[in-house]
Design a binder for this molecule. Structure first.
Ligand code: ZN
Length: 341
């Protein structure tokens, strides 16, 4: 089969032909139809410090996918050949206290497909049947291929009750933009999204009824007073990993405000903790998706009118993957989806 592999410990990815994976008794084999390129894949392409420390070579990359079940292990029940599906790319352990309590997303032994284990940028993917998420006809393959990042957005956005709240989202990458759409969908009052990239802010405004703010040229305080917000934002969703953005968020929150952090700062980052203490702010770190509650919620919202399709700005055949990565690396795109036929 054709696959995209990190074949050598250097910058880039390579097209390779490798055997179709063999499945175990609890696995399924998925014929991959569409995949999304993630920021994580860009780190792996770039072979940065994180990638060097984390990714074994050779490894098939990719973890955002949709496809169809074409083979099932002998112990698999409840699924069928021909079932269209996406799936959770975090392969969890079953021994930790959290996992045994059913909090699968908090299992410390989690391994990721396309990061630690063979991934989805291939014609076929082996996946434990437990991780499969069946798709109804309401969700086509290209939306199915971006449920993983939508799940990050949903997990972050639903960390706190947003009904009637004023929400600040820092970082208008695809996940920030989708989180903005989710916040509107579930009933936030004002949703303000900040970035310094005008193209991304434009895309955010296209996807949802949000207020885009370019913090390179606009003052956030002026925006909040125009919106007649007296005391600041009730909830902050930090999606950028940028220290300045987090600082600005804390400054613009109400007393007792709540913050969910998904953005990953590049290293240790100085934080003004005294201000967080005096404002009585609650901070929650967000990792992955709740397995499988986030999947349930996002599919329900997609079936109930949540529209994220405009976040997909580029569709390419898998053979043109290098172009897709180039587009992603430019920072001016939404999601790039590869078609595997
Ligand atoms: Zn991803």
């Amino acid at each position: 089969m054709k696959a995209l592999e990190k074949s050598r410990p250097e910058i880039g990815l390579w097209h390779v032909t490798v055997p179709v994976p063999e499945i175990g008794p609890d696995d399924v084999l998925i014929r991959v139809r569409k995949t999304g390129i993630c920021g994580t894949d860009i780190h792996i392409w770039n072979w940065d410090d994180w990638a060097r420390r984390t990714v074994p070579v050779p490894l098939i990359t990719g973890h955002e996918f949709a496809g169809e079940i074409v083979e099932m292990g002998r112990d698999v029940t409840g699924l069928a050949l021909g079932q269209r599906c996406s799936g959770e790319g975090h392969l969890i352990g079953r021994d930790s206290r959290q996992s045994r309590a059913g909090k699968f997303h908090l299992d410390p032994a989690t391994r990721g497909i396309g990061v630690n284990e063979q991934g989805a940028f291939a014609e076929y993917l082996r996946l434990p049947a437990f991780n499969v998420v069946p798709l109804s006809d309401a969700i086509d393959d290209e939306i199915g291929a971006i449920l993983d990042p939508l799940g990050n957005a949903v997990h972050t956005a639903l960390s706190f009750d947003l009904v009637g709240e004023d929400v600040l989202i820092t970082g208008a990458g695809p996940i920030g933009i989708m989180a903005a759409a989710v916040a509107r969908h579930v009933g936030a009052r004002h949703v303000v999204i900040t970035d310094v990239n005008p193209k991304r802010l434009e895309l955010a405004a296209k996807l949802a009824d949000v207020v885009p703010v370019n913090v390179a040229s606009q003052d956030l305080r002026e925006v909040t007073s125009q919106l007649k917000m007296r005391e600041g934002f009730d909830v902050g969703l930090e999606m950028s990993g940028n220290r300045v953005a987090l600082d600005q968020m804390v400054e613009n929150l109400v007393m007792g405000g709540r913050v969910a952090l998904l953005g990953i700062p590049p290293g240790k980052s100085p934080v003004d903790w005294s201000r967080i203490v005096f404002k009585a702010i609650t901070i929650k770190g967000v990792y992955g998706r709740e397995i499988f509650e986030t999947w349930y919620k996002m599919i329900a919202m997609l079936e109930n009118g949540l529209n994220i399709r405009p976040v997909i700005t580029h569709r390419l055949p898998a053979d043109d993957f290098a172009q897709g990565f180039e587009i992603m690396r430019s920072g001016n795109s939404g999601k790039v989806v590869l078609d595997w036929g």
